[in-house]
Design a protein around this ligand. Structure first.
Ligand SMILES: [Zn+2]
Ligand SMILES: [Zn+2]
Length: 174
C-alpha cells in the first residue's frame, strides 16, 4: 500500500515511504506490465503551506521482455524518477502556472489519507517501453528459415523478387 496518512503528514512535514510491492499485488491488476519481480518505490512525501502534497523519489522495476527481433529474453531494470503533486480541487493552479510541474492530481479533501498507488502505477506504465531489443545491432531471426542471424547465417534471399524486373526480363526475352 502506498497510502499516506494526511494528519501524520501535517504533523511531521515530511514522510519517507520505502516499499517493495510484489509483482502479484492487486495494484498491478488491469495494467499490462511485464514485471519480473517486485517494484521498489522510494518517495519523500511532504505537505506544502498551500495544502498541496508533493512526493519526490523513484520507482524501480525489473521487467521481462522478448527481444522484438530475435525473441531472446531481455530483463531490463527500469528506473523512473517521480515528482508527483496533488492539490485540493479548489486550489488548482491556473494554466499560467509553471509547466515544469507536470501533471497535478486531485487531492480529495476529508478522506484522511492519500493513496499514491494509482499515480505510481500510472507513471510506471508510462515509463514502460512497448518493446525492447536485446542490443541495438541485433540481426533478428531470418523470416524465411527462422535461424537466429546473430549466431548463424543462412542462404535465404531476403529480397522479394521485384515484379518490375520480371517485366524487364520479359521484354528482353521477346
Ligand atoms: Zn535480439
Ligand atoms: Zn534463412
Amino acid at each position: 500500500m502506498l497510502r499516506v496518512n494526511l494528519m501524520d503528514l501535517d504533523r511531521e512535514g515530511t514522510i519517507r515511504i520505502v516499499r517493495e510491492i510484489e509483482a502479484t499485488d492487486p495494484l498491478w491488476e488491469g495494467v499490462d506490465l511485464p514485471l519480473a519481480g517486485p517494484v521498489s518505490v522510494d518517495l519523500s512525501v511532504s505537505a506544502t503551506a498551500t495544502g498541496q502534497v508533493l512526493a519526490r523519489g523513484s520507482v524501480e522495476a525489473k521487467m521481462r521482455f522478448e527481444c522484438r527481433r530475435c525473441l531472446v529474453e531481455v530483463v531490463p531494470e527500469l528506473h523512473e524518477d517521480l515528482a508527483l503533486v496533488w492539490a485540493p480541487r479548489d486550489e488548482f493552479p491556473g494554466e499560467e502556472e509553471d509547466e515544469e510541474q507536470g501533471e497535478i492530481r486531485v487531492l480529495e479533501l476529508g478522506v484522511g489519507s492519500l493513496d499514491m498507488g494509482p499515480a505510481v502505477r500510472e507513471e510506471l506504465v508510462l515509463a514502460t517501453p512497448r518493446f525492447v531489443v536485446c542490443r541495438e545491432d541485433c540481426q533478428g531471426l531470418c523470416p524465411r528459415c527462422g535461424i537466429d542471424r546473430n549466431e548463424e547465417s543462412c542462404d535465404c534471399t531476403l529480397e522479394e523478387p521485384d515484379p518490375r524486373w520480371d517485366a524487364l526480363r520479359a521484354l528482353k526475352e521477346d
